[in-house]
Design a protein around this ligand. Structure first.
Ligand code: 13P
Ligand code: SF4
Length: 364
């Protein structure tokens, strides 16, 4: 069994990173929980995967691996540990289960959903396939297993353009994020239509069947809140600020930003550059996590914006999850097998690192 650091050691480590972000009494309480989790994790031979949006004390204490959706899918595909505890949202834990049917996959809260995943059903995808026969379907990883099962290949924010390009198809159905679709359409030189509720666009498509992305109007309830006006105001106050936007933000916001990429691409960008200050247009706990790792860099963030779903995952519930084997993620076998095919196709083509929008910067 690996050596586990004691409660005091855990507290001291957390304090070193988070003393400017988390009040001391809270840190002491959380360090004790983290110590108990790490002890139980080692006893049970478990692995904990933690998304970049986890709250700072959890993010810096219990995950064996942290990352964006693509990196965590790769970790889930390669782990030998059992059980897998997923500190992230339901679709991420489902992805781990799809790739590990014989292991116990746990999510600490049953209420960690996602507005994008909730925006589309498997039946919606079947209808689109009928409407556009023969057109390949790409679904964002932020979807539930039954929707993945109806698609040809998955993608994440870190590889969406590469996945589309790998298909060598003029027309591609890309679901369900409207803004990601618009951003990726720009990147891949395709124009975009939204057929549901807009029959005219389908007529146009039948006339010019080239280079089209067929989209859906799902939105991330966090990233849709950022506006160009937010960026303008911050630039007015801090002219030297570097603005980073997740590609789930609107195309106007991405265009007004200096860099756009997956959550891990944003982290790497801050690590590798030396701007006086950064503005992060994404879930605001991630700003705390980056600030803790880069104390010499100033992180501005618009902190009214916390994902209510990621926020469900707490250290208390992570401990209960390991103690009581809850909440177990299950995916019906017929759906799992088809969803796995779409995920594996993505993992095959997506190389070893997440990409970012080359309009603004590359290789992060
Ligand atoms: P990443 O894949 O970039 O981590 O994004 C996941 C997500 O849910 C963003 O809102
Ligand atoms: Fe879903 Fe948006 Fe939350 Fe990400 S930030 S999990 S896309 S609701």
């Amino acid at each position: 069994m690996p050596t586990i650091e004691g409660a005091t050691e855990t507290y001291l480590k957390l304090r070193e990173k988070l003393q400017d972000v988390v009040p001391d009494f809270e840190l002491r309480h959380k360090a004790q929980l983290a110590f108990e989790i790490n002890l139980l994790k080692a006893e049970r031979g478990a692995v904990i995967l933690g998304h970049n949006y986890m709250e700072p004390a959890l993010f810096h204490s219990v995950p064996d691996f942290t990352g964006d959706s693509l990196e965590l899918s790769r970790k889930a595909a390669n782990t030998h540990a059992d059980p897998i505890v997923f500190c992230g949202v339901q679709f991420m834990a489902e992805t781990a289960k799809i790739l590990n049917p014989n292991k116990t996959v746990l999510i600490p809260s049953p209420n960690a959903g996602c507005s994008l995943a909730a925006s589309i059903t498997a039946e919606d995808v079947r209808q689109l396939r009928k409407q556009f026969p023969g057109v390949p379907v790409v679904t964002y990883i932020n979807t539930y297993a039954d929707v993945k099962a109806e698609s040809d290949i998955c993608c994440t924010s870190g590889n969406a353009a590469a996945v589309i390009e790998s298909l060598h198809a003029d027309t591609v159905i890309f679901l369900p994020d409207e803004y990601l679709a618009k951003n990726v359409a720009k990147e891949t030189g395709k124009h975009i239509i939204f057929p549901v509720g807009d029959p005219l666009s389908v007529k146009r498509l039948s006339q010019e069947l080239d280079c089209t992305l067929v989209g859906w109007r799902g939105k991330c309830e966090v990233h849709e809140k950022f506006s160009v006006e937010d960026i303008r105001r911050i630039r007015e106050q801090f002219p030297d600020v570097v603005v980073l936007a997740h590609p789930e933000c609107s195309p106007e916001v991405v265009e007004a930003a200096d860099f756009s990429g997956s959550t891990s691409a944003m982290i790497r960008y801050v690590e590798k550059t030396h701007a006086p200050r950064y503005l992060l247009l994404t879930e605001c706990s991630m700003g705390d996590n980056i600030a803790a790792e880069n104390p010499e860099k100033e992180m501005l963030r618009l902190c009214s914006v916390r994902c209510p779903h990621m926020n469900q995952i707490t250290l208390e519930d992570t401990l209960s999850s390991l103690r009581y084997d809850r909440y177990q993620v299950e995916v019906p076998e017929g759906i799992r097998v088809r969803a796995r095919r779409a995920l594996e196709r993505m993992l095959e083509i997506s190389g070893s690192s997440s990409s970012s929008n080359p309009r603004i910067a590359s290789s992060y």
